[in-house]
Design a protein around this ligand. Structure first.
Ligand code: CP
Ligand code: NVA
Length: 311
C-alpha cells in the first residue's frame, strides 16, 4: 500500500483497503510506542499545524506524533498568523509548502483545506472542518477494533446532531469498511440526503447498512452508542434551539439498556457537555471508551503522517 504524497481531507477519498491499512499501521505504531521501540526516522522533517478553531486532542496528537517521529512542528493559533486576513489560503499554502513537509488544517469550510491542498505541494491533513472530522473516525474505528477484535458487521448508532462533522465522518468511514451505522436524530438534524445515498452505496459494497431514523428503537443491537455536542464550534448561537431538539436523543443508562446487549460501548469525540448529550453516569461507566478513543487520536494521526510522508 503506497499512500505517499496523498492528502487526508475526507475518508471519501480512501478505499476500504486504504482505511484498513491505516488502522493496522496505527495499531502497529501504538504497540511500538508501548514497547518503547522508537519510530523516529523523520528527523529533519517539519510540519505546520494551522488551527483557526481551538483544540486539545487534535493539536496534542499532531504535536506528540511529530515529536515521536523525530519531526519538528510549528503551531499557528487561531489569531497569530496572516492566514485568511492579510494573506490568501493559496499564498499561505505556497509559502508553507516551501518550508514544511506536511500541513495540518483545522477550521471552517472544507473548501479551505481543499484549497490548501491544491497549492501546498506537500500532504495536507484535515484536523476538522465544518463538514468533516476524518481523523476522529479513524480513532473510533481503531477503538472498536481493539474492543471487538474486528470491525466488519458491528453496529454503531450515532445520536444527536446527525449532520455535524463527526456524524458525517462516521457515516462515511463506517459505510466504507462495513460497519453498520445508524444516525438517530430529529429530522431537522438529519445528515444531507445525498451523503446518505452515497454512503448507502459504499455500505452495500461492504455488506453493511446505513439507517437514518428519528426513532430510538434503532439502538437495538448496537455495539456502540456514540454522540457529540449538540452545537459545534462556530454554532454557539444555536445552543438553545439544538438542546430542545436533541434532548430526547441524550445517551443515558436507559438508552444503553435498550440496545439489548450488555457489551455495548459508549464513545464521544470529546470535549463533552456532560448532562446534555450524555449523562455523567454513562460517561463514567465501565462501558465508556472515551479516553481510549482520545488516546487513539495520537496513534491514528501518527499513522496518517507516516503513510502520507512515506515510510
Ligand atoms: N475530538 C477533538 O477533535 O478534540 P479537540 O477539539 O480537543 O481537538
Ligand atoms: N462537532 C464538534 C467536534 C469537536 C471535536 C465541533 O465541531 O465543535
Amino acid at each position: 500500500m503506497n499512500l505517499k504524497g496523498r492528502n487526508f481531507l475526507t475518508l471519501k477519498d480512501f478505499t476500504p483497503e486504504e482505511i484498513t491499512y491505516l488502522l493496522n499501521l496505527a495499531a502497529d505504531l501504538k504497540e511500538k510506542k508501548k514497547n518503547g521501540q522508537p519510530v523516529d526516522f523523520y528527523r529533519g522533517k517539519n510540519i505546520a499545524l494551522i488551527f483557526e478553531k481551538t483544540s486539545t486532542r487534535t493539536r496534542c496528537a499532531f504535536e506528540v506524533a511529530a515529536h515521536d517521529l523525530g519531526m519538528g512542528s510549528t503551531y499557528l493559533d487561531p489569531t497569530g498568523s496572516q492566514i485568511g486576513k492579510k494573506e490568501s489560503i493559496e499564498d499561505t499554502a505556497r509559502v508553507l509548502g516551501r518550508m514544511y513537509d506536511g500541513i495540518e488544517y483545522r477550521g471552517y469550510g472544507q473548501e479551505i483545506v481543499e484549497e490548501l491542498a491544491k497549492y501546498a505541494g506537500v500532504p495536507v491533513w484535515n484536523g476538522l472542518t465544518d463538514q468533516w472530522h476524518p481523523t476522529q473516525c479513524l480513532a473510533t474505528l481503531l477503538t472498536l477494533k481493539e474492543n471487538f477484535g474486528h470491525i466488519k458487521g458491528l453496529k454503531i448508532v450515532y445520536l444527536g446532531d446527525g449532520r455535524n462533522n463527526v456524524a458525517n465522518s462516521l457515516l462515511m468511514g463506517c459505510s466504507k469498511v462495513g460497519v453498520n451505522i445508524a444516525i438517530a436524530a430529529p429530522k431537522r438534524l438529519w445528515p444531507d440526503a445525498d451523503l446518505v445515498e452515497e454512503c448507502r452505496g459504499y455500505a452495500k459494497e461492504a455488506g453493511s447498512v446505513v439507517e437514518v431514523s428519528d426513532e430510538l428503537d434503532v439502538v437495538e443491537g448496537a455495539d456502540m452508542l456514540y454522540t457529540d455536542v449538540w452545537f459545534s464550534m462556530g454554532e454557539e448561537k444555536k445552543e438553545q434551539e439544538r438542546t430542545k431538539l436533541a434532548l430526547p436523543y441524550q445517551v443515558n443508562a436507559e438508552l444503553m439498556k435498550r440496545t439489548g446487549k450488555d457489551t455495548t460501548l459508549f464513545s464521544h469525540c470529546l470535549p463533552a457537555n456532560k448532562g446534555k448529550e450524555v449523562t455523567e453516569d454513562v460517561f463514567e461507566s465501565e462501558k465508556s471508551v472515551v479516553f481510549d478513543e482520545a488516546e487513539n487520536r495520537l496513534h491514528t494521526i501518527k499513522a496518517i503522517m507516516v503513510a502520507t510522508l512515506g515510510e
